[in-house]
Design a protein around this ligand. Structure first.
Ligand SMILES: Nc1nc2c(ncn2[C@@H]2O[C@H](COP(=O)(O)OP(=O)(O)OP(=O)(O)O)[C@@H](O)[C@H]2O)c(=O)[nH]1
Ligand SMILES: [Mg+2]
Length: 310
């Protein structure tokens, strides 16, 4: 029941994208041909659905190739099959392998980064809750020292999840907080160190510098740390999400993505766009503000929610 409810919320969140795609595809595919004009119109539909130029190009190329090789029929149904298969394939490429889903290091040190308001602190609370539910002993690190309210918010999530928290002073040195937290986690033999970071500092360079400093300082406490840096993306954001991935990846190096707010009016096409452009696994998706509203990303159910005909 809970899982059905989860899928249903994702499906509703993706409704707008799904409708845009279905309507557009319906019109184009009703021509029942695979000629140049039809393919051009198909291109427009995919661009409108936020797939971006590269992923759109890939889908068209694949469809054309399949028509040429007679693996799909040169009619509406054939084209639909080609589009759905290719988009599903792109999404599958962003699904973490089972190896990637293991976080064996102890403590495993992970930092969530992202621009302000995307859902970092909320996601951290949900993750802490999941780890604890699995019998682990995670630690929340309130390293967003930019705002006093951010520290309080992390505290509330630590209480909800029933896990330890280490926090600094508002205006304090975030890297020092992270370093102390890692030392404490080692001493207390805690299993996961989950670091919350600021979404906004005085400017972007300052934020990137602070995140880089955190990485350097953590490596002094544990050479292999950081193990993971995940970028949180608000799925209702359009093309701007692409530049967020580019910038954070370039500056600090990412090992994964988390998509939040898939229960709101999400731009599903942007997920295909990002899955295609970056070799970064999508680790989790958020489907609400509650503590249980986080799930591992699954390409198959996502593709179904995005592409299924009503
Ligand atoms: N609907 C919905 N809302 C979410 C989800 N995840 C987070 N939110 C909401 O988004 C808002 C911002 O979440 P935060 O966790 O504070 O975001 P943040 O990235 O920590 O923000 P800063 O610390 O200001 O950078 C809050 O109102 C959350 O409840 C989600 O999956 N679905
Ligand atoms: Mg926050």
């Amino acid at each position: 029941m809970a899982e059905d409810g989860f899928f249903e919320r994702m499906r509703l969140g993706l409704q707008k994208t799904r409708d845009t795609l279905q309507q557009g595809l319906g019109t184009v595919l009703s021509r029942n041909r695979a000629d140049a004009e039809t393919l051009e119109e198909l291109e427009e539909v995919l661009i409108m659905a936020d797939l971006g130029a590269a992923a759109t190009h890939k889908v068209l190329q694949e469809v054309e190739q399949r028509v040429r090789q007679h693996t799909i029929a040169p009619d509406g149904e054939g084209l639909r099959e080609g589009v759905v298969d290719t988009i599903s394939e792109i999404l599958r490429s962003a699904t973490p392998s089972s190896d990637e889903r293991q976080h064996d290091a102890r403590p495993w040190v992970m930092m969530l980064v992202g621009v302000n308001g995307v859902g970092k602190t909320t996601t951290l609370g949900k993750l802490a809750h999941q780890f604890r539910g699995a019998g682990e002993r995670p630690l929340i690190v309130a390293a967003d020292t930019f705002r006093a309210a951010a520290i309080e918010q992390a505290e509330i999530w630590a209480q909800r999840a029933g896990v330890d928290i280490i926090k600094g002073q508002a205006g304090g040195d975030a890297a020092a907080v992270a370093y102390d937290a890692l030392q404490a986690a080692k001493a207390r033999q805690l299993s996961q160190v989950l670091i919350d970071t600021a979404g906004r500092l005085h400017n972007k360079i300052h934020l990137m510098d602070e995140l880089k400093k955190m990485r350097r300082v953590l490596a002094r406490a544990m050479p292999e740390a950081l193990h993971d840096v995940w970028l949180v993306l608000d799925a209702t954001t359009g093309q701007n999400a692409v530049s967020q991935v580019t910038q954070f990846h370039e500056h600090i190096g990412l090992t994964g993505l988390v998509l939040t707010k898939l229960d709101s009016t999400a731009k599903g096409g942007i997920v295909v766009n990002i899955a295609d452009q970056f070799q970064l696994p999508i680790r989790y998706i958020g489907i609400g503000e509650g503590i249980d509203d986080l799930r591992p990303f699954e390409a198959t159910s996502f593709a179904q929610a995005l592409l299924a005909q009503e």
